[in-house]
Design a protein around this ligand. Structure first.
Ligand code: RB5
Length: 149
């Protein structure tokens, strides 16, 4: 069965990851869980952001990333030019990141957001379309921007 969505976290997001994996599977999604799989082991968020970004480069999946605050994952995954990752805190930002920004990765902070809000945000993220129009022009500008080193 083809994958519908990828998910990964660091140790700070592993509990919320397993809640979201169960929720998505129960609702018929085929979820690619990129780990980590062992609760308690300390891991580094850039490694798991990279795993998800690499998979997304091969295939056109959407992704979910979770760490303690969401900030580390957000910084890490937005270094990949094919990713538009949105750190989301509520239903409004979950909707807007799709409608205006065509976000392809939703990022959540397990220590910040409640479980029910997180589930609701993921549902909205997966069911909301990009509005296009004048927003597309801005996405094109992101695509054309260069990282200056
Ligand atoms: C891990 O303790 C924590 O620093 C990490 O999950 C994340 O919040 C970093 O931004």
């Amino acid at each position: 069965m083809a994958l519908d969505i990828l998910i990964s976290s660091d140790h700070g997001g592993i509990k919320l990851k397993s809640i979201l994996v169960s929720h998505l599977k129960t609702n018929g999604f085929n979820v690619g869980d990129l780990g980590p799989y062992e609760a308690g082991a300390s891991v580094d968020y850039p490694d798991y952001a990279a795993k998800l970004a690499d998979e997304m480069q091969q295939n056109n999946f959407k992704g979910i990333l979770i760490c303690g605050s969401g900030i580390g994952m957000s910084i890490a995954v937005n270094r990949y030019e094919w990713v538009r990752g949105a750190l989301v805190h509520d239903e409004t930002t979950a909707r807007l990141c799709r409608e205006h920004n065509d976000a392809n990765v939703i990022i959540l902070g397990e220590r910040i957001i409640g479980e029910l809000t997180a589930i609701s945000c993921v549902n909205i993220f997966l069911n909301t379309s990009f509005l296009g129009g004048h927003h597309q022009k801005r996405i094109n500008k992101l695509r054309n921007s260069k990282i200056l080193m």
